[in-house]
Design a protein around this ligand. Structure first.
Ligand code: FAD
Ligand code: SF4
Ligand code: SF4
Length: 393
């Protein structure tokens, strides 16, 4: 839905044209006109000196026309990100629980492995391909997503809460004047109303809030990488890939010229094994033991927040609500109490071994194996065993 220009107020100064990052404004016959590229970001509204531009009043009201679950699947360098599969897995569960279809939406160029999204659970892949889409750039992506949503009317759209998803999803929500719940940790369908229940930590993580978007469509949510587990591929699943046309917007306003990748290596959330240290490890020097154990297992180490506050480790290693989420195959938790803010970051782990001296520690509520003992004794014993095993191989 585009912004509205009141021609009786517009003095044709052209200020708004240069403000629009999406090439959606032009001057014609001495007045501003808006085209289909408008994603209703609102930037031109404040720029107009005579208040001639306003947001559209119309919202898309909920109705039975809106059906189907969509997952926006982000790619980088033509590779789909792991969070795309995690969300397709969750999307499949949602689609099954309300008897609807699951669609994976991909924009890019020469994107590899579209059929893997079908094997992960999608019924259809909507794919827009163009060299200009190879560099993920939020503005054209949001514009195309809005167009597709208006055409095909999905009831639900999910996005990975990557830096890109966190920028694109609000643009789409603002443009369509619908709701968006960020950083959900639980998603399900209310069996009575059919609405998407979007649950996320609220009030500093002290309670979990369940949010519904009852009146407008689509219902939209973002989910951080690692919150859900990617499903194992089902080689027998069948589905279709539907190519959608894309017309490049006029080259005006903001243009993405190039993309320079950062130098950082693998992130904690990329590892299959994660060993997490909590305050129970006692001293900073014990972190070296935790790191050694993680390395011997071919993984990486994470920490609870107090260890970051103490300066024992760098922030990218923090796991939890205000750190990163991890979904490894094996997670070993050493001396972590299991506060709700910490648990928000480990809910996707497949197998959790928790070690704590307190048999009533909340971490045991989510653990598959509970070990009540000194966590450093446990870590050192495991290191010895692993080293001995390596020697005998
Ligand atoms: C808004 C907000 C956001 C937050 N975000 C995060 C976040 O992202 N991540 C995060 O982790 N926390 C976060 N927190 C902090 C969180 O509430 C907890 O305070 C924190 O997770 C506790 O860390 P911990 O379990 O290491 O320490 P503690 O709670 O002090 O627990 C230490 C545990 O170690 C056990 N222990 C002690 N000695 C030993 C031993 N020798 N061997 C084995 N076990 C032992 C104890 O029994 C205890 O269970 C947040 C808090 C707020 C308010
Ligand atoms: S895209 Fe944003 S700046 Fe451009 S016309 Fe629409 S609301 Fe205005
Ligand atoms: S900034 Fe306002 S007055 Fe100037 S051209 Fe745009 S709409 Fe018209």
């Amino acid at each position: 839905m585009a912004v509205v220009i009141d021609k009786s107020l517009c003095v044709g100064c052209g200020t708004c044209v240069g403000t629009c990052p999406n090439g959606a404004l032009d001057l014609q016959d001495g007045a501003a006109v808006v085209n289909d590229n408008c994603i209703n970001c609102g930037m031109c509204i404040d720029a107009c000196p005579v208040s001639a531009i306003s947001a559209p009043e119309e919202e898309i009201k909920a109705s039975d026309e809106w059906s189907g679950i969509w997952v926006f699947c982000q790619q980088t360098d033509a590779q789909l990100l792991p969070v795309s599969y995690e969300l397709v897995g969750k999307g499949r569960q949602l689609a099954d629980s309300c008897g609807q279809k699951l669609t994976a939406v991909v924009f890019g160029y020469n994107v590899w492995g579209l059929d893997s999204l079908i094997k992960a659970g999608a019924d259809t892949v909507l794919y827009a391909e163009d060299r200009a889409l190879s560099l993920a750039f939020e503005i054209p992506y949001a514009s195309l997503m809005c167009r597709l949503i208006k055409e095909k009317k999905p009831a639900v759209v999910l996005y990975g809460a990557t830096p890109f998803g966190r920028t694109m999803a609000p643009m789409v929500a603002a443009s369509l004047r619908t709701g968006l719940t960020a950083d959900c940790t639980v998603l399900d369908i209310d069996p009575e109303t059919g609405l998407l229940r979007q649950t996320r930590p609220a009030f500093g993580g002290n309670l979990m809030a369940t949010i519904v978007c009852a009146d407008t469509r689509p219902q939209m949510a973002t989910v951080r990488p690692g919150v859900f587990t990617a499903p194992a591929p089902d080689e027998t699943r069948q589905g279709s890939v539907e190519w959608v046309p894309w017309e490049k917007a006029a080259d005006k306003g903001l243009k993405l010229l190039d993309f320079a990748a950062g130098k950082e290596g693998r992130k904690l959330s990329d590892f299959d094994v994660v060993v997490i240290a909590g305050r129970g490890i006692g001293q900073k020097k014990n972190l070296a033991v935790v790191k050694e154990l993680a390395e011997l297992l071919g993984g990486d180490f994470g920490v609870s927040r107090p260890l970051i506050d103490e300066g024992w480790a760098e922030y990218p290693h923090q796991v939890g609500q205000t750190g990163c989420s991890v979904a490894p195959r094996l997670l070993i938790s050493l001396g972590v109490s299991g506060a709700i803010q910490h648990l928000a970051g480990i809910s996707g782990a497949q197998t959790i071994i928790a070690v704590n001296t307190d048999p009533d520690a909340p971490i045991f509520g989510v653990a598959d194996y509970a070990v009540v003992c000194d966590c450093m004794e446990f870590a050192r014993a495991m290191i010895e065993e692993l080293k001995a095993e390596k020697k005998t191989v």
